[in-house]
Design a protein around this ligand. Sequence first.
Ligand code: PLP
Length: 388
Amino acid sequence: MKKDLRFNSRTIHGGQHPDKAYGAVMPPIYQTSTYAQSSPGQHQGYEYSRSGNPTRHALEESLASIENGRFGLAFASGLAAMDAVVKLLKPGDEVLATNDLYGGSYRLFRKVFEPLGIRFRFLGMQDAEAVASAIGPETRLVWVETPTNPMMQVIDIAAVAESCRSRGVLLAVDNTFATPYLQRPLELGADIVMHSATKYLGGHSDVVAGGLVVKDKELADRLYFIQNASGAVCGPMDSFLVLRGIKTLHVRMQRHCENGRAVAEFLAGHPGVERVYWPGFPDHPNHDIAAKQMTGFGGMISFVPRGARFEDAVRIVENLRVFTLAESLGGVESLAGHPASMTHASIPKDEREKSGVTDSLIRLSVGIEDAADLTEDLERALAAMNRD
Ligand SMILES: *Cc1c(COP(=O)(O)O)cnc(C)c1O
C-alpha cells in the first residue's frame, strides 16, 4: 500500500496496482465465481469468490488506504457490513448506540439482533461523559454515527474512544456521512470504521455496497471469518463501481461542502424556514467538535419549515424540481427526503420525535450541481408552501 501518499492521491492510488495479467491500469472486473487450480490446493491466491475476488480485493485495499487503516472488507451493502460487526458479539452482550441513528441500522439492531439475545441501549452521545457512565459490565461495543442522521449532531469520537479504550470496549463509527475526506475515525481512536459505500464513496447513486476498515490484525481476521462464513460479500461489478467512485471522492466532497454551505446559508436566511440543522453554523450546539474533528461540514442538511406542519413539508418536497424526492444520499445529484415517512419510518413515532425527527423535518443531500440552481429550486418550493 502506498502509505506515503496524501489523502487526495490515495483516493486514486491507494492499494491499486496494474493488473498482473496484462497490466490493465483499472482493476478488471473479475466476474468469476471460481479459479482454476493446477493441482488440488495449488492456486494463484483465489479459490472461490465468496472467500476472495481480485476486484473486491482492490476495493478492500483502497478502503483501508483512504481510512488510514490496515485491513478493509467489502460487503454487499452498508447493513451487511454492520451485520458482520454485530456478529462479533454473543447473547448477553450489550451495545450502546447513538439514539439518532440511520433507520435501517436501528431496525437491524432491534428486529434482528435483539431477539437473538444481544442487548441494545440508545443514548444521546454529544456528551462523551454520558457514554462513559453508560458503559456497563456487559457492554462490548459502542456504535457511533456522526454527524447523525438526520439531526446532524456531532459526537466527539476521540473522547468516546478514550472511554472505550480504558474499559476494553470496541468502538465502531459509521463514517458514511462524513467520509474519510472529512473525518478519519481510526486516527481518532476508533477500532472499526463502517461505510454505506452506496452513498458518498460510490457517489453516483448507481450501486449498493458497504465496507469495514480496521487496524488490528486479530479483529480483521475475525471479521474476515464472518464475512466469508455469512457470505454477504460485495460483487465484482459493484466493487469496480465503488472503486471508480472513490477516485473522485476528494473533488466531489470539496464541492459538496461548498454547495452545502450555500444551501444552508440560503435556508437560514429564508423567512419560510424555522430551523436549519448543519454543523457548519457557529451556533450549532456541536460546532466546536465538528470544527476540531472534521475538515469540512459536508453537504447534508436538515430543516423545518415555518409552522412545522406535516402538509407544508410534503408540499415543499413535492414542488422541488432540481432536488429529486428520493431515499439515499451522497450522489452527485441533489436529493430531498422526508425522514418521518421515508428513511426513518421504521422507528416508532415517539422514539423518532424524542431525537427531533418530527413530521415536518426535511433532509437534503446537497449534490454538486450549480449552487444557484439549488437555491432557486428551494426558493420556488418554499413559495409553494404559502400558496393556500
Ligand atoms: C444508507 C446508510 C446505511 C445503510 O447502508 P446500505 O448500503 O443502504 O445498506 C447505514 N448508515 C448510514 C448512515 C446510511 O446512510
